[in-house]
Design a protein around this ligand. Structure first.
Ligand SMILES: Cc1ncc(COP(=O)(O)O)c(C=O)c1O
Length: 391
């Protein structure tokens, strides 16, 4: 039998350059994944174990665990109120549990948000290079992907983005940036909010890497009052707590939007995993104490990358401000997908910049969520490979 595939999948297949996740051959240094190499934090594993022993093995609340939603709401309120206090503004109303949607990772929440709000032909603006999942999701629902290049130093170009947002259904920001490592300034976020005032454009802010910045201040879009009425802020356990396998993400949005996101979420996946949500409560309650050490390790690895990758002739990049990626110009006169393949043949696996949008051509993405030894050996292979390709 040769089953027909849906138009939705056909569109994804025609446009996607996301890899299917095959294992590289033995001996390859894999610097291609957004996968923290740390073990799961022990208190969270203990909480999961306890949740299972306590019988959280059944269908949970279809809208997500009420206790987890209340905790996310409380923490979102704290972020918002702290920003208001430092700006001398009165505290706005508390975020409620009804504004929180829980899903199968940030992936599930993003998919639910796009399915809930974007229809065929709707414009979705993607400042790029950006995380490649967004365009696949927009293609899935038949929306129109509107690419807007980031500015020369890979931060959001406010003017160009606002110009592209005319009659747009949605704008999706990745901050801190995957693949760029750039962190958007608070002023740019506020300017986007001001420019969108009076429109129906929803802003999705994917803050999966918000815990990992290196000297640059990170401002969550939750702390930007100009965005509040149109914001879907997305976060996940995956990167912050090195819990990619837990598949647990959430969003905070105005209640009617949150209800729409939650309804799609439960329609496609049912209730979120009951025991994992109990573990998520443990993770979010402990917060920074669980990831401060990881941030220090990433910061040290970033130093190695800045020094050693930066020493390769022809390679150019800005020191990553956040996340755990170096996004660099390879300086070889070949498409980045070909350079990626040639380096994979030489034992180091990266991602082609072109996967992340048209402006990613000429770049490669290297993850530094890897051991110091792998980072050093990977960079050595990159240097040698690029030298060979230049001839
Ligand atoms: C920016 C960004 N958002 C979301 C995700 C996916 O997160 P999750 O594991 O929660 O689905 C990733 C994973 O690489 C990411 O880089």
């Amino acid at each position: 039998m040769n089953p027909a595939i849906s138009p939705a999948l056909q569109r994804i297949r025609q446009t996607s350059s996301r890899p299917a996740g095959v294992q590289p051959p033995a001996g390859t240094i894999n610097l291609s994944m957004g996968e923290p190499d740390f073990a799961a934090p022990a208190p969270v594993v203990d909480a999961l174990h306890r949740a299972l022993l306590d019988g959280h093995t059944h269908y949970g609340d279809l809208g997500g665990d009420p206790q987890l939603r209340a905790l996310v709401a409380e923490q979102a309120t704290a972020v918002r109120n702290a920003a208001e206090a430092s700006a001398g503004l009165p505290a706005s109303a508390a975020v409620t549990a009804g504004q929180v949607s829980i899903g199968h990772g940030a992936t599930g929440v993003l998919a639910a948000a796009i399915l809930a709000l974007v229809g065929p032909g709707d414009r979705v603006v993607l400042p790029e290079p950006t995380y490649s999942l967004y365009s696949d999701l927009v293609e899935m629902v038949g929306g129109e992907v509107v690419w807007v290049p980031l500015d020369a130093d890979l931060h959001v170009d406010v003017e160009a983005t606002l110009a592209a947002c005319v009659r747009a259904r949605m704008l999706i920001l990745c901050n801190p940036g995957n693949p760029t490592g750039a962190v958007f300034p608070a002023a740019a976020l506020a300017a986007l909010g001001e420019g969108l005032a009076g429109t129906d454009t929803v802003v999705v802010s994917d803050e999966a890497y918000g815990a990992f910045t290196y000297g640059s201040a990170f401002t969550s879009a939750l702390a930007v009052p100009q965005l509040t009425e149109r914001l879907i802020q997305v976060d996940t356990l995956s990167k912050t707590y090195a819990l990619t396998g837990f598949r647990l993400g959430w969003s905070v949005a105005p209640e009617p939007i949150a209800q729409a996101v939650s309804q799609v979420g439960r329609t496609i996946a049912g209730a979120p995993n009951a025991a994992v949500q109990k573990a998520a409560i443990a993770a979010l309650s402990a917060g920074e104490s669980l990831y401060a050490d990881m941030r220090q390790v990433y910061a040290a690895r970033r130093e190695i990358v800045v020094e050693e990758l930066g020493a390769i002739p022809g390679v150019e990049f800005a020191a990553p401000e956040g996340a755990f990626y170096a996004f660099f110009r390879h300086g070889v006169d070949l498409p980045s997908a070909e350079v990626r393949t040639a380096l994979a043949d030489r034992g180091v696996l990266l991602r082609a910049g072109s996967e992340y949008g048209p402006s990613g051509e000429g770049y490669l993405r290297m993850s530094f969520a890897a051991s110091d030894d792998d980072i050093r050996e990977g960079i050595r292979r990159i240097g040698q490979g690029l030298a060979e390709l230049r001839g």
